[in-house]
Design a protein around this ligand. Structure first.
Ligand code: DGY
Length: 420
């Protein structure tokens, strides 16, 4: 039998479509933004050229304004809805018109650390301006008022599509669509493990709103009936800004470094405003009502990944509590919440990429015992069930798509141990 690490490497090779990787065969037949960032880090452990090309292919989809899209449609496929026709964006390669959590600068820094050669430096020098532009896009397009928190305009942008966190905010989104909804995901995966029909109606309604806004960032921001400050996206961006600052000291100018440092200071303060003492958790905010969303989810631990250590002990205690209710950490929804659904996509299941970021964050913030537990649970799930898309926290069963690239990448990262 092939050992687990070799099996993980084989999944990345099998999901390679010629320089970029699909998240898994059929269910997701294109290149996805944050999936690719994790995949690049996974490749860095055994194939540096391939790690760089994963990043390079994703950047082929970058827009002139700096946005790195959620999906790059490198080659046609009928296996996924909504495909390029629904987005209606004429680019080569075609892309979707929204983004995803910005893990890329963090990934690029890690790939460079693994490739400390003149060639690695040259590759990074070419990529750095693209990363700089993408972070400028986040600030200009999604936080034009300079609050220190960026807005996400679609649940797909948060990466946690159907999290209960978005239920109330999505109530404002009409369910009518001009587009015929022809889902493919539910023919690849049990519909009970996927978002519901009404979720998709709203997801597609939002796409139509943005299309009508001509994909112009200011018009999208103004027109969107869904506008939230997601803890996950903001924490991941803050971490990425710190990694970009590190890269700027070698590949950028002093002015760029100070521009990034200014944004970091603002974000650090703003992220702490999302901490809710009564609930002992970082809570997302509905930017239309201006109110905190009273939901405790796995994204609430991600400020640790950005190095925000102030509430590390409280968050580790919270994980301990959750851990008494489930077999495997970290469920995507508080297992004591009536909205917790252990099998349905982002409403309860454990996701290896989120676990890795949480474990990394706990480690970096001094909670090493809990970091080891989260990392250990992740390894145990994968060892028992294989490289599933997500896992039932109650039974440990692997669910969703199989042979998932990012789950394989996380196995390889966990093999390398936590960064000190
Ligand atoms: C999907 O289609 O399920 C993806 O999560 C969108 O990014």
């Amino acid at each position: 039998m092939m050992d687990r690490s070799e099996a993980a490497r084989q999944i990345l090779r099998d999901n390679d479509r010629g320089g970029y990787t699909v998240p898994t065969d059929r269910l997701y037949p294109f290149q996805w933004n944050w999936d690719s960032a994790f995949v690049a880090m996974g490749f860095a452990s055994f194939d540096l050229a391939r790690a760089w090309s994963e990043i390079g292919c994703l950047l082929r989809g970058q827009w002139e304004d700096g946005m790195i899209p959620q999906i790059v449609f490198h080659a046609p496929s009928d296996d996924y809805f909504p495909g390029p026709g629904v987005w209606g964006i004429r680019r080569d390669p075609p892309t979707s018109g929204i983004t995803q959590p910005p893990v890329l600068a963090t990934a690029a820094r890690r790939v460079l650390a693994a490739d400390a050669t003149a060639e690695g430096e040259a590759r990074m020098a070419a990529i750095y301006p693209r990363l700089r532009d993408s972070h400028r896009w986040w600030a200009a397009a999604r936080d034009p008022g300079g609050t220190g928190l960026v807005a996400t305009l679609h649940p797909w942008e948060t990466g946690m599509d159907n999290s209960p966190a978005w239920d109330r905010a999505l109530d404002r989104v009409p369910t009518g669509t001009r587009t015929a909804i022809r889902r493919r995901d539910t023919s690849h995966v049990d519909p009970a493990f996927r978002p519901r029909a009404i979720d998709y109606q709203r997801f597609i309604h939002l796409v139509e709103v943005f299309r009508d806004a001509g994909w112009n960032p200011a018009r999208m921001l103004a027109a969107s009936p869904f506008r939230v400050a997601d803890v996950g996206t903001n924490a991941i961006l803050l971490r990425a800004e710190k990694d970009l600052l590190h890269l700027a000291s070698r590949f950028g100018t002093p002015e760029e470094a100070s521009e990034i440092a200014t944004r970091i200071a603002r974000m650090e303060t703003a992220l702490e405003h999302l901490w809710d003492d009564a609930r002992g958790h970082y809570l997302p905010r509905d930017l239309i009502s201006g109110e905190a969303i009273p939901f405790r989810g796995s994204a609430g631990f991600l400020p640790l990944f950005a190095g925000q250590a102030r509430h590390a002990a409280a968050l580790a205690t919270r994980l301990e509590e959750w851990g008494r209710r489930v077999k495997a950490l970290v469920p995507s929804t508080d297992p004591g919440d009536p909205l917790f659904e252990p099998l349905r996509y982002w409403r309860g299941p454990v996701w290896a990429v989120v676990n890795w970021m949480i474990a990394e964050g706990l480690h970096r913030c001094g909670e090493t015992a809990m970091a080891a537990r989260v990392a250990g649970d992740t390894r145990d799930l994968i060892a028992a069930e294989g490289f599933s898309e997500y896992f039932d926290p109650i039974t440990g069963q692997g669910i969703g798509g199989g042979t998932f690239s990012w789950t394989a990448a996380i196995w390889l990262l966990l093999e390398e141990g936590m960064a000190s």
